[in-house]
Write a protein that binds this ligand. Structure first.
Ligand code: G3I
Length: 317
């Protein structure tokens, strides 16, 4: 066998894809997902709105569908995500909570979900997107009500619920060294100094050709690794302004290769997850109108130059 996952495994890394429940109606898609990748994650199914749709009522139907597929195909699995300011359930966002109430809600959510999947989800994005671009804390419901200590608390609760799971902080626009990645660097350094269980930083990797390649990616990954943390590229995609053409697809391929090489160059970079492997199920056109073609397989599930560039990089070429 000679898939992306096999080539990555030979380099002691994973090469994964996110997926979502609607994709389970597409047999051709699932065949590639199960065969080509040695890691998987749920693009939406483990978010708070899905797992605790009513207060204290937990529903794992959607996440089980994806996790069961991953287990059947012997894939690694990343849990995404326990705390995020988006895709929260209505009951949570419409309520007014005291700090004590919100703390209890947060603790219960994390404890229930992580304990439910104890031993089955080896890595969790515990807090997603906690910082603004300038490195200040994002003023979310959690930050505004509880202050910055909610992050350390969340990590401790998750660790209690599954002591084996690797606990990550995860964000976008932290590929390069800059104010936002510096904020993570300082935070994880201080958390570690306080003995808070934090094990990794997830660099999402939502890149765009028009904004240029983050040339300090490798050095940035290395500085987190040097703090004694794992790093991962957790949501890779490389979009472009449409229409795609051969030149853009060639640049995109080069970038996919470069990201792969950056992870390979850092021993503690554990793997790369593409934020769904195909243009057919891309989140991008709905969020960035006029942009897309970001994934290594096209809308007909055929591999693009980017796919071959990832392979070549994994082979050390
Ligand atoms: O479930 C409803 C469905 O009932 C309804 O008919 C449909 C109509 O719009 O919407 C569905 O919800 C959508 C949901 O995905 C599930 O498909 C939302 O509209 C849509 O906004 C939501 O988008 C997700 C997005 O996060 C939300 O911010 C994307 O699929 C998901 O890929 C994306 O993932 C995020 C990561 O979690 C964090 N990092 C950034 C990344 C990209 O935005």
């Amino acid at each position: 066998r000679d898939t992306l996952g096999d080539l990555a495994a030979a380099r002691h890394k994973y090469l994964g894809s996110a997926t979502d429940n609607p994709q389970f109606a597409d047999a051709a898609y699932l065949k590639i997902l199960g065969k080509e990748f040695n890691s998987n994650t749920a693009g939406n199914a483990l978010k708070w709105y899905a797992t605790e749709p009513q207060r204290g009522v937990f529903d794992y139907t959607l996440s089980d569908q994806i996790l069961n597929f991953a287990r059947a195909h012997r894939q690694f699995f990343r849990g995404h995500t326990l705390i995020w300011h988006n895709q929260l359930p209505e009951w949570l966002t419409s309520g007014t909570w005291t700090a004590g109430e919100l703390r209890a809600i947060l603790k219960n959510h994390i404890t229930q979900v992580v304990r439910h999947y104890r031993g089955k989800i080896p890595a969790w994005d515990v807090v997603n997107e906690a910082f603004n671009e300038d490195g200040t804390y994002r003023e979310t419901l959690f930050y505004n009500t509880l202050g910055p200590g909610y992050i350390a608390d969340a990590l401790r609760w998750a660790h209690q619920a599954d002591p084996q799971a690797k606990l990550y902080l995860n964000d976008y626009n932290i590929e390069a060294i800059g104010p936002k990645s510096d904020a993570y660097y300082n935070l994880v350094k201080s958390l570690k100094a306080q003995g808070v269980p934090v094990h990794g930083v997830g660099v999402q990797g939502h890149l765009a050709l028009q904004f240029g390649y983050p040339t300090s990616l490798r050095d940035n990954l290395q500085r987190f690794a040097d703090l004694g943390l794992d790093v991962a590229i957790t949501e890779l995609d490389i979009r472009m302004i449409l229409p795609a053409d051969d030149a853009k697809l060639a640049t995109q391929a080069e970038w996919y290769g470069n990201v792969t090489k950056a992870c390979l160059a850092v021993r503690r970079c554990v793997g790369i997850t593409i934020w769904d492997y195909t243009d057919k199920y891309s989140w991008i056109p709905a969020f960035f109108p006029g942009e897309g073609a970001a994934h290594p397989y096209d809308e007909n599930l055929l591999p693009k130059p980017a796919y071959y560039a990832i392979r070549a990089a994994l082979r050390g070429r």
